[in-house]
Design a protein around this ligand. Structure first.
Ligand SMILES: [Zn+2]
Length: 680
């Protein structure tokens, strides 16, 4: 009955022994780990010897191992396999952890040592990586308030703690609205839905023990098929409304007040640190540098996206009328008629592709690309346990050496939040011998009934590649210091390894690996041609729903919020002439990126910023005439995937690409300008 966090892990590669970990273990594990870390930090600050890189920065890097061990496991469980008991523990723990880090960052003795080293940095004889780590630590402390006065520190600390609580509450509220609402549907109401969606909805009805053949919840994976295929307009409207209302239902899960408080506290936090706005504070540590630079890119893409969406809207409206819909086109009609328009224009039905996109084949294809580009091999390790029966584990090798473990958790379930993400149970480091990373990919695909194979949509297959790209950024990391390992890079660079990896999925040798679930035949060439032709079919919509969300994020964090959340959102959308038939990809009250933590706050634009890099970066392979060109792949490995935060990110990109990024490839990729190669 011992707490597994109090013992060494004797599992292969010291992987977390999930079969032994119980909810009740976390509180005592955190208590002990925090206490130990406090003692370690005090020893560094109280050291009588003059500060050195070794006794201060390297010592900080070596401290807090038990805390990281429990925290990384805890974070993934509270996101991907939570329940009421774990959520209760989470509400207490987040405050303790926030308070703990706050007291470290505001520790005057400790900061004095770091500051001294920072001033001496050019005379310490440090190698470039160590110098980067020293600069990073100094910046981390300054950005977390180390230079504040005593009175300011108290207020700053209170804000950080309160924000931790509010972020947790925000995420738990969204999950509750997604899980507590369920719509029972009849056979007739399911008309138009393809088999995969019917199977998933039937499974939900069984799961919830409903006396109905089908059921859906307002989570994205459940809603998307309804909006794309349900013939019954009233059903589409009902589900759409529940989807966009998540967190705004005036019930105990309502997030409006939570947002108001978060936004106000962040503005106050930024002001204490001497910034004009939270966005200015956030972007000071990014590639973009300023809110103006980020907004500039958003505006550059917005007009083209809106123009394309408006042209599509007219076509969709015509199509709806031709099918006998007399009412004007609404947001719950868009995806439904966009499917039909794609079919009419390109003779391409995405569902026809689905039988070829078996989950296992898509995952294998991502492994195949990782092998071709970087020499990785993946071996299943069914003896290593995950935190849920659906989690699978692979051992990853390169040049005959094991470089990490990869956990794949692909199916939606109760207790898992929406979306897809990569995380880790341990980061790579070489500080005290080689420590291999333990990397996780989490997705939310519908689980097929027992005995059937999981089939993905094209979008979902791209998600597998996207998350694998993040995974490789973690797995290939080859740095000495944990602080700059893998994905510990600035936010608007972190989506480069993920987004560029998606490009390979649509290369011929990869597509050739996808075979029909029943016939075993590869995808017919003419279907692939039609797929390519339809690539940007609905890109006006995709651009509008994304960029509007990114602008909303920037506005929340760069100007004073007046009025209610609903009014603020409405005013922002009016200011950019948002087409009324398109909704935000994430409305305020369930915008987890912004409010369930601060990772993507004033940072949602990052996906687009990174897209400039990934679209332009993949061009290096096109120009080399081979999607697996070994020299280009070697540079991609050296400067991007293995480099963590070793060097400045603009410089890293230049070393890979041979020049600065250009926005043209992004605009072409989204079909917002004609391809340069097509121009006369
Ligand atoms: Zn990503």
């Amino acid at each position: 009955m011992t707490n597994p966090f109090f013992a060494a892990w004797t599992t292969p590669y010291e992987a977390p022994p999930f079969d032994l970990i119980e909810t009740k273990d976390f509180a005592p594990a955190f208590a002990q780990a925090l206490e130990q870390h406090v003692a370690e930090i005090a020893a560094i600050g109280d050291n009588l010897a003059a500060p050195s890189f070794h006794n201060t920065i390297a010592a900080l890097e070596r401290s807090g191992k038990p805390l990281r061990r429990v925290d990384m496991v805890f974070s993934q469980l509270t996101s991907a396999a939570t329940n009421d008991d774990l959520q209760a523990v989470e509400r207490d723990i987040v405050v303790l952890v926030a308070r703990h880090w706050n007291s470290i960052f505001l520790d005057a003795k400790l900061f004095a040592r770091i500051d001294t080293l920072h001033q001496q940095r050019d005379t310490l004889g440090l190698d470039p990586e160590a110098l980067r780590v020293l600069e990073r630590y100094h910046l981390d402390f300054v950005r977390a308030g180390a230079k504040l006065t005593d009175a300011e520190r108290d207020r700053f600390g209170a804000i950080v703690e309160r924000l931790a609580t509010l972020g947790t509450q925000f995420g738990q509220n969204v999950l509750a609205d997604e899980q507590e609402t369920v719509f029972a549907l009849t056979e007739a109401e399911m008309a138009g839905l393809p088999d995969f969606a019917r199977a998933a909805a039937a499974e939900t009805a069984r799961d919830r023990k409903l006396n109905a053949p089908f059921a859906v919840t307002p989570s994205r994976s459940s809603v998307e098929p309804i909006l794309h295929f349900a013939r019954d307009r009233a059903v589409r409207e009902k589900i759409w409304r529940a989807f966009v209302q998540r967190g705004a239902n005036g019930n105990k899960n309502d997030n409006a007040k939570v947002i108001e408080e978060i936004v106000a506290l962040r503005a106050e936090q930024a002001a204490l640190l001497g910034y004009d706005s939270y966005a200015a504070y956030k972007l000071a540590d990014s590639m973009a540098g300023t809110p103006e630079a980020a907004r500039g890119l958003l505006e550059q893409v917005w007009e083209g996206g809106r123009t394309k969406a408006e042209a599509d809207r007219s076509a969709l409206q015509e199509l709806a009328q031709a099918e006998g819909q007399t009412a004007p086109l609404e947001a719950w009609d868009w995806r439904y008629y966009a499917e039909k328009l794609r079919f009419a224009r390109y003779d391409f039905d995405e569902n026809a592709l689905k039988p070829y996109l078996q989950l296992d084949a898509v995952v294998d294809a991502a492994f195949f690309v990782a092998e071709k580009l970087f020499g990785l091999t993946f071996t299943p390790r069914s003896d290593i346990v995950g935190y849920h029966p659906d989690v699978r584990v692979w051992e990853v090798s390169r040049l005959g050496q094991v470089v990490g473990l990869f956990y794949g958790d692909y199916f939606a379930r109760a207790g898992k939040r929406s979306g897809a993400w990569m995380t880790s149970f341990r980061e790579q480091s070489k500080l005290d011998g080689v420590q291999i990373p333990l990397i996780v990919n989490t997705c939310n695909f519908s689980k097929p009934p027992e005995g059937q194979v999981a089939l993905l949509s094209l979008d979902e297959a791209r998600t597998v590649f996207h998350e694998m790209g993040h995974g490789l950024h973690g797995l290939l990391s080859d740095v000495t210091y944990p602080r700059i390992a893998g994905t510990s890079v600035v936010r608007d660079f972190v989506e480069l390894p993920s987004q560029i990896f998606k490009h390979w999925m649509e290369e011929a040798p990869v597509l050739a690996r996808f075979t029909h679930v029943e016939t075993g035949e590869p995808i017919p060439e003419d279907m692939l041609e039609r797929m390519r032709a339809a690539r940007t079919a609905n890109s006006g919509f995709a651009t509008v729903e994304f960029v509007s969300s990114a602008i909303l994020d920037m506005d929340y964090h760069s100007r004073p919020m007046t009025g209610s959340v609903a009014d603020f959102e409405k005013a922002v959308l009016a200011s950019i002439n948002m087409p009324r038939e398109i909704a935000l990809r994430h409305a305020s009250t369930h915008f987890l990126h912004l409010f369930s933590g601060d990772g993507y706050a004033a940072g949602y634009y990052s996906y687009l910023w990174s897209e400039v890099l990934d679209a332009d970066g993949f061009g290096a392979f096109t120009e080399a005439g081979d999607p697996f060109d070994p020299e280009t792949a070697e540079r991609l490995y050296t400067y991007i995937y293995s480099a963590g935060g070793k060097r400045d990110f603009a410089e890293a990109y230049r070393l890979f690409r041979g020049r600065d990024p250009q926005v043209q490839a992004l605009l072409e990729g989204r079909g917002l300008v004609p391809a340069e190669s097509d121009a006369a």
